[in-house]
Design a protein. Structure first.
Length: 302
């Protein structure tokens, strides 16, 4: 009979990355003495107050994040920087401390707890089995702490490139919080004439800012033309801008294939303009004037 509770404990723990709470143990019929006994013989290993690892302590970040959520009680979810790490919206996930949003702010060593009363079912989901704020809510929570604006722009674009975060979901969330500081900063991303497509690098971020600064027509970034991927497209003028980094010149095959592509696109009516980082950052006014002339000439021809 003693094996049955342990099988039940293991079954629950399997759904929670190897962890179980004291409340769940009591619900399974274990008494306080049974819990103390299992801790003593190593079947249960305390990791937070009221949270135990079953058999061994899982070391994976997702598992440890799940334990932090369990430690904060019913309704708690991973959030803010920890949610961004779980969704892979940041390149490096720093788990110390884990960040959790909960209905009540219960202090836990090693966990930063945020209290929120505005979370709805739309704001909560699971990723890799861990209860977590939705992609839109994660971006919303992170927006106030990402300064300057280019840091926020890079974060939003990295989120969009994962294809888990969608601007439509963000629009619904912002509509529910019209006066929140995050809303003002995120609203521009909902305007396609300002936001464009998601960018993949600092170079692409710099170009979209360059286009806004010099009042160029709104471009589309990272799109496809005749089966070819284009860094930037001005669709009305049928002008493609390719952003050539220094590494471009080191690959002879890429050099040849890109110029072959340029000729194919030109035959179909698309002009390709290649811009380097040095020209964009060191001579932006000159580069803008020249590109503007090209766009105006293409508009007149059209």
């Amino acid at each position: 009979m003693a094996e049955l509770p342990d099988k039940l404990i293991a079954a629950v723990a399997r759904t929670q990355h190897g962890y179980i709470t004291r409340a769940q143990l009591l619900d399974l019929g274990l008494g306080a003495r049974s819990i103390v006994y299992r801790v003593k013989i190593g079947r249960l290993i305390p990791v937070y107050a009221g949270v135990y690892a079953v058999g061994h302590v899982p070391l994976g970040l997702e598992a440890r994040a799940h334990a932090a959520v369990l430690a904060c009680g019913a309704g708690a979810v991973l959030s803010h920087g920890s949610a961004a790490g779980l969704w892979k919206y940041v390149k490096h996930w720093n788990p110390s401390p884990f960040e959790v949003t909960a209905p009540t702010k219960r202090g836990r060593p090693g966990i930063t707890v945020h209290r929120a009363t505005t979370l709805t079912r739309k704001d909560i989901t699971r990723q890799l089995g861990v209860p977590v704020t939705s992609p839109a809510r994660t971006v919303f929570d992170m927006a106030p702490r990402l300064t300057p604006d280019k840091a926020l722009r890079r974060f939003v674009n990295d989120a969009r490139l994962t294809y888990t975060f969608h601007l439509g979901d963000l629009a619904e969330l912002l509509a529910r919080h019209p006066h929140h500081p995050a809303t003002k900063r995120l609203n521009p991303f909902l305007d396609p004439r300002k936001a464009g497509g998601p960018t993949r690098s600092e170079f692409e971020d710099a170009f979209t800012e360059f286009a806004r600064r010099y009042r160029l027509p709104a471009p589309i970034t990272n799109t496809h033309v005749l089966g070819f991927e284009a860094d930037v497209l001005f669709p009305d003028q049928r002008v493609i801008v390719e952003l050539d980094g220094a590494e471009f010149h080191l690959d002879r095959s890429a050099f040849e294939s890109d110029r072959d592509r340029d000729a194919t696109l030109l035959a179909a009516g698309y002009v390709t303009v290649r811009i380097t980082w040095e020209r964009l950052t060191q001579q932006p006014a000159r580069e803008a004037a020249r590109l503007k002339k090209i766009l105006e000439a293409r508009s007149s021809a059209a």
